[in-house]
Write a protein that binds this ligand. Structure first.
Ligand code: DC
Length: 215
């Protein structure tokens, strides 16, 4: 039997992760945070001192890259060659670098098969930037979450990265620009995605709307 897929795309701070987690729990499906994979690449670029603008160096890194997402007691952990790097990929530096490396076609190609192969095994909620447009154009249900910039910055700031609210807002605006204007798989809503503006909605309200849509 074919597995079922829900895609949730949107910019940083739009509530994708919180909503995807809550939705997956309600449905008893797994959730897949694809941003974590791009963060994993950024982490390995930093750890190995790779110049990601050098095609050969990037190719060598990707050839040995072994990222794995594992569900542990309902939480998602990211392993790189068996090492748990979950707690090392949420810094402001890694966020910005993830956005930069994700514009590289070779990086996107390397992660594409991994994402699709997870979807062959189990029903899943996939969240990211290009889930509904590129990775799973035939997904059963597609959603695109948005929220105004100030609200998104406030949400991220409350997670406590050590940055001021102003810095968080500036970083998010820069990432939005990078992610939406890149040539490969830019951040955008699929034509057949349901758009939800979460600015004035609670997580429960967003999840409620999604459950209503999928019946
Ligand atoms: O969702 P996030 O903020 O953890 O993602 C980090 C970066 O990874 C984001 O700025 C762009 C990139 N990304 C992407 O290009 N495609 C995805 N499907 C998910 C994330």
């Amino acid at each position: 039997m074919a597995t079922k897929i829900i895609t949730i795309d949107g910019p940083a701070g739009s509530g994708k992760t919180t909503v995807s987690k809550a939705l997956a729990k309600r449905l008893d499906w797994i959730y897949v945070d694809t941003g974590a994979l791009y963060r994993g690449v950024a982490y390995e670029v930093t750890r190995t001192g790779t110049d990601y603008n050098d095609d050969n160096a990037l190719e060598s890194l990707l050839a040995t890259l072994a990222l794995e997402l594992v569900n542990e007691a309902g939480a998602l952990r990211l392993l790189s060659s068996g090492r748990d790097i979950t707690d090392l990929i949420r810094t402001p530096e890694i966020s910005m670098l993830a956005s930069a490396v994700s514009a590289k076609p070779r990086v996107r190609a390397a992660l594409l098969d991994m994402q699709r192969s997870i979807a062959t095994k189990t029903d899943a909620v996939f969240e990211g930037r290009d889930m509904g447009t590129v990775v799973f154009p035939g997904a059963d249900y597609k959603f695109f979450l948005s929220a105004d910039l100030a609200t998104r910055a406030m949400r991220r700031h409350s997670e406590g990265s050590g940055q001021s609210l102003c810095e968080v807002e500036k970083d998010i605006a820069k990432r939005d620009k990078n992610d939406s204007e890149r040539e490969q798989a830019p951040l955008k809503a699929a034509d057949d995605a349901v758009l939800i503006d979460s600015t004035d909605l609670t997580v429960e309200e967003v999840v409620g709307r999604i459950l209503q849509e999928i019946g």
